[in-house]
Design a binder for this molecule. Sequence first.
Ligand code: DCT
Ligand code: MG
Length: 436
Amino acid sequence: SVHLLDVSWFTESMQAGHPVQILDRHKLQQITEEVVAFSVPSYACQRRTTLENHNMVLTDALSLLAENAELSEEDGRGVAFRRAAAVLKCLPEPVRSMAQLRGLPCLGDHSLRVIKEILETGASSEVESMRESERYKALKVLTGIFGVGAKTADRWIREGIQDLQQLRDSEQTLNRAQQAGLEHYHDLNQLVTKAEADAISEIMERTVISVLPGAQMTLIGGFRRGKQTGHDIDFLITHPEEGREEGLMSKVVSCLEAQGFLLYQKTTRNSYLESSSGPGRPSSNMDRFERCFSIFKLAKEDKRGETLMEDGAKTLNGDPGSHSPSSGQSQASGDRKRASEDGAKDKPSKHKRWRAVRVDLVVSPISQFAFALLGWTGSKLFERELRRWAGHERSMSLSSHALFDSKQGRYLRATSEEEIFAHLGLEFIPPSERNA
Ligand code: DCT
Ligand code: MG
């Protein structure tokens, strides 16, 4: 008699056509229940994905493959791995056997191979060797500098630069963002906590209301989805009266600068215009808002809960120390300087009473607010899938500004996220379930 304890042995034997003699009816029932295949809809925006992930080992491995593909500018492969990881993220329990995955969408051969190896051995040799590869490590370190993307990192690596010290020792010219990124490297690579997000929210809220009473500010990005940490903090600002938000960004930024809160900022202007023929194909979905990328100087709290900032945070012209706030000019060549001039300022210091935090601000007119809110809440994959659903399944074009119905040849208005999901023919998914 064979005692059945091992589910994968059972399913593999079945798949291989080996005769399996079942002697224990109760056990059989348990086993057949356990190998019941999962079933999920194919677009991430049709699924509820909370932060509770029962397949972290698998999704971490696939996310790493996705990241490596993105860093190598193979975006198609990157998306494929992101989609595979997202499918596993929404499963109600840990995957125990390959048989359970049959019929699931978005799992290509490569992803299945990786999953199988992890289920069998506990790890993926491909992922482990990639994690240890010099190229991956160098890409990670260099793109960890704010303002440095995959292209720049790749160019530097080809020129023999693998780490920060080699970058500083080199003759590379850095733009203003990269200079700030190098200077605050350590801080910007520490995760931002919810408590820090709340502290900055308070400062932002006060500032926004002081420059425009009645203006409204919303925490967006990962923190709106309920995450407890993030790589930055994202805010969306609007005013209930259309048009009152015009010029708001520069006032908010000046006010923050006057209080010494900004270590760096770069503002881009809103260039969005509707046309009767519908939205043209934008070069990017992200660049048409009045938007500010900034590095915020957040005072650390001491043990008594008092706010500490050793220098300059309350002076009118900002921090007089080494971290001069930027003046908001564009990245002109005059802003460029050598990497070596930045020295080693990113080193963590016990005595430093503040930390640098990446903060993104977006200003939207109230007529576009629901689209902006939906578009900036994420996750990135959820957004991508919403746009794919709109285009492929509904012949609509969704952006962070508007929804255009190509069949009807008109824009569909919405004042809430719920209305946009309804226009798209999708069940409403709340932010906390958009963690695909
Ligand atoms: N976004 C997007 N497509 C991009 C970049 C961003 O749709 N290429 C949207 C979705 C999330 C939001 O903007 C904010 O972006 P991030 O801050 O990069 O993402 P996040 O989910 O907030 O992640 P983190 O918690 O790490 O900041
Ligand atoms: Mg974010």
